[in-house]
Design a protein around this ligand. Sequence first.
Ligand code: S3P
Length: 176
Amino acid sequence: MNIVLIGFMGTGKTSVGRLLANRLGYDFIDTDAVIERLEGRSISEIFATDGERYFRNLEAEQALILANADRRVVATGGGFPLNPKNIELLHGNSVIVLLQASPQTILERVQPDQNRPLLQVDDPLSKIESLLVVRAAFYAVADITVDTSDKDLQEVAEFIHTELIRRGNLHGESES
Ligand code: S3P
């Protein structure tokens, strides 16, 4: 069984994922980081040179690989669930957890980071709001949802851990 974190940029998937993996004794994987390593260049460079569609294909390749993984906490890129096949592949062996945050919180968290090509626009808050509307249905596939706006990273990891126990997703190994 794996835990797959989905959600918009800036909702804390990578930071929470690391903490949660630590708690569970699972390996941690960040699909964006794997893609950057395999490609030898940043997400921004991939978008600028080869475009979003090329990047989405790389994400789909990661979903195929993860369909055979076990005991991993996976932080996905914010657009990962836009391809329903990615979620279909992972639902068989994973609990899908959605991290949410308000548009303003997202803006504050992502603003210092230039490596988010989709938000390099004049009015990033409007872009965040419109992308959230478009993506709402794709994010609704989650088994567990947590709003991270007023929680610190440890609280979010603890909430997910508790939910996994409550739902019976952990079979004794990491329930303490
Ligand atoms: C994207 C989110 C990014 C990264 C890419 C596209 C998106 O990941 O995959 O810039 O479409 O929301 P994070 O959510 O980790 O920032």
